[in-house]
Design a protein around this ligand. Structure first.
Ligand code: APR
Ligand code: PHB
Length: 394
């Protein structure tokens, strides 16, 4: 088989890339290791920057998002019994945000690929890129006990943090930047009415986030130690702990109920440079991970797809490879901006082991400063809203 682009990984990055390229007349094949049902069962964040919303609309996958997603002015931050303040991105950054679950978005992307006859091969085992440093790369995989080979012009590694793409690049050609955090998020989903606004809560007991998916679907998190065992967290314990982190009026309003999903995610910052080796491009979580504080992961995957698809369109339609050659540099600027922001917000809102009373007061003083200084608030809002995609990239 031959195609122009082999896309490894059928998560949001891989699917959106194939959808965007197809609409510009560029062929691709998506190779996904898991089953479609498995990909669609994953629960992830759901906060879209406006640039992401526009990109999804342009790709023809915005219809249900516009119908069911919730446009809002920003999220709130609550702390130390001081009530809460709104990170008003509409006011300070001039653009709102959209709450729409990544699970729903992935469903929409699969539906759009099916409607256009896009090729997405799931349960593809042992996907392996070959000859990525030459002009004619190819990818092999196994399915139903048969070996297959696809020849292509380029490979897009959209296979997440644990994928094969980044691992196919000689380690000496990559520089890795990494930061671990000494805690994780314990998250639950419940069919209960959500609180009015997504709210990040700073508290001396630790961080909490109340969020939602839709009218009767809430998503909440609390900070936990890395060695936490889910078995020690029955629903009642989770709700009791969450209430202790919330402002009093929220704690009173909170409606509790049985969880329909419960999991623990460690927090990590990770970036590799460059995001390209020969004819292999890294996209989304394959190249970078941010802690979920700030909800930048999905938005970065979407901006990577934006830059890479523009570069590929310029290459095929205008015989111009300059944008592809700048892909890594251009994408990394946004990646680093979001990595820095997510790291900062994580440090501002979480309780760290060994944190002293001084450290706690310093966090509170910074929150106080943001709340009372218009320029500090504006800086926070510009970053939470997401930096605009850079113009002139194709
Ligand atoms: N071969 C084929 N597919 C693979 C392989 C492999 N060796 N390894 C992983 N995959 C698949 C995974 O099964 C997954 O479906 O690649 C896909 C990667 O998808 P995601 O992990 O969702 O990554 P991405 O598409 O970059 O989306 C980024 O996901 O983790 C969140 O915060 C992140 O919201 C952001 C979004
Ligand atoms: C979520 O709704 O799951 C969510 C929202 C905001 C975040 C992270 C996760 O920063």
């Amino acid at each position: 088989m031959r195609t122009q682009i082999v896309i490894i990984g059928g998560g949001p990055a891989g699917l959106l890339l194939s959808q965007t390229l197809h609409r510009s007349g560029i062929d691709s094949v998506v190779l996904e290791r898991a089953s479609r049902a498995h990909v669609l069962s994953r629960i992830r964040a759901g906060m879209l920057e406006w640039g992401s919303v526009q990109m999804l609309r342009e790709a023809g996958v915005g219809e249900r998002m516009d119908r069911e997603g919730e446009v809002h002015d920003g999220s709130a931050v609550a702390w130390a019994g001081r009530g809460r303040f709104l990170v008003d991105v509409r006011k300070y950054a001039g653009r709102p945000m959209m709450m729409y679950g990544q699970t729903q978005l992935t469903e929409d992307l699969y539906a759009a690929r099916d409607a256009m006859g896009g090729i997405v091969i799931d349960e593809a085992e042992r996907v392996t890129p070959h000859a990525i440093d030459g002009q004619r790369p190819w990818v092999t995989y196994r399915k139903h006990d048969r070996e297959h080979r696809i020849d292509c012009d380029f490979i897009a590694g959209c296979d997440g943090f644990h994928g094969v793409s980044r691992q196919s690049i000689p380690p000496a050609a990559l520089r890795v930047f990494e930061k671990g955090y000494p805690f994780g998020w314990l998250g639950i989903m419940s069919r209960t009415p959500p609180l009015p606004q997504p709210t990040y809560c700073h508290h001396e007991r630790g961080f909490a986030l109340v969020s939602k998916r839709k009218a009767m679907l809430s998503r909440h998190y609390i900070q936990v130690d890395l060695d936490t065992d889910l078995a020690d967290w029955p629903d009642e314990r989770f709700w009791d702990e969450l209430k202790l982190h919330l402002p009093a009026d929220y704690a009173q309003q909170l409606v509790t109920g049985p969880s329909i999903e419960k999991s623990i995610a460690p927090l990590r910052s990770f970036v590799v440079e460059p995001m390209r080796y020969g004819r292999l491009f890294l996209v989304g979580d394959a190249a970078h991970i941010v802690p979920p504080t700030g909800a930048k992961g999905l938005n970065l995957a979407i901006s990577d797809v934006h830059y890479l698809s523009r570069g590929l369109v310029a290459f095929y339609k205008k015989n111009d490879s300059s944008h592809l050659d700048r892909y890594s540099e251009t994408a990394l600027r946004r990646v680093w901006a979001a990595s820095r922001f997510s790291w900062w917000l994580t440090g501002l809102l979480h309780r760290f082991p060994g944190q002293t009373a001084f450290d706690l007061r310093a966090q509170e003083a910074e929150l106080d400063f943001i709340m009372s200084s218009e320029s500090a608030m504006r800086a926070m809002c510009e970053q939470y809203a997401g930096l605009p995609f850079e113009p002139g990239c194709g």
